[in-house]
Design a protein around this ligand. Sequence first.
Ligand SMILES: Nc1nc2c(ncn2[C@@H]2O[C@H](COP(=O)(O)OP(=O)(O)OP(=O)(O)O)[C@@H](O)[C@H]2O)c(=O)[nH]1
Ligand SMILES: [Mg+2]
Length: 341
Amino acid sequence: MASKPLQKLTESLLQGNRRALSRLLSYVENEREGVDDVLAALFPHTGKAWIIGITGAPGTGKSSLVNTLAKAYRAHGTTVGIIAVDPTSPFSGGAILGDRIRMRDLSGDAGVFIRSMATRGSLGGLARATRDAIRVLDAAGFDLVLVETVGAGQSEVDIVRTAHTTVLVEAPGLGDDVQAIKAGILEIADILVVNKADRPGVKKTVAALKAMLELGHPASLGQLVAHHGRLLPVEDKANGRNAETPMWIPPIVQTIALETTGIDDLMTVIEAHRNHLVDAKIFAQIERQQIEIELHDRLRETLMRRFLQDIDDAILADVIAQIQARRLAPQTAIEQLLRHM
Ligand SMILES: Nc1nc2c(ncn2[C@@H]2O[C@H](COP(=O)(O)OP(=O)(O)OP(=O)(O)O)[C@@H](O)[C@H]2O)c(=O)[nH]1
Ligand SMILES: [Mg+2]
């Protein structure tokens, strides 16, 4: 059970207190003692927010897009929580300050809350902190949670996996290759945005994305049949899909985030994706998968921590020395080490 002050904080947060929200997010980020109890107490109040991941290469305009999108949602009365994940990469050194300036016009509105999260220690730690921060915003009652991450590697892919709708942001003129392909992020994108549509080379970027999509979804584009105006894939039992499961082909939306061009289109496809997941009953399946991944992550982390706490440092050092001397194989060493637990 959480301590008295933490319990108070939990209650304040559920009542919509902004300072409580801010403090709790700091506790999550700093892994403050007792915060797990708070998160457990909040958990029954979560599961209501729609979580949108906004990812893409540095400088494509993610923060600008989040800012413009948030304003558009606010105009509809939708409340928005924003988490900007800053992996403190050399690219995004100035990002937090930049984000603050760019997002300043959102401040003063109680229906928006913005928070930057930085890496503390391990990348796995950042993924966990982000997941927990999303839950806190969800429990605080925000309708939408927007999570901005730089799409640069596995840790970002992990973070994106906690979203319901993943938006991949590209921009023309970042070199001929579409940026996100390297990181394998295209496979998990639900919506593709080509931002900076005011810049030359937009058509080329859109064409490159289309080509990549066709490579990634050969069956989908080749074997779709129209059914009540909806595209359905031909039966594909091997993949557990049947003709009744409608398929989602990531749409490509062009935006100019500094204006509002394309923002309505983006909101429309986000809504369409949400309806698709819910109508096709895919949402429950995805949520189940996400919970499974989360449990595995937490289990791995907890078991590892416990193990390192329990094991005598001297034993570990000895095993390492034996492996280096080729007297012990790493495989055998694991068996030996586990016996110490
Ligand atoms: N011309 C043009 N510039 C844009 C557009 N959107 C963003 N920018 C500019 O592009 C630069 C980068 O924008 P950000 O929103 O910071 O991009 P980001 O993807 O969040 O960047 P990182 O967080 O550092 O990865 C800024 O100078 C923006 O003003 C757009 O639609 N058109
Ligand atoms: Mg940014």
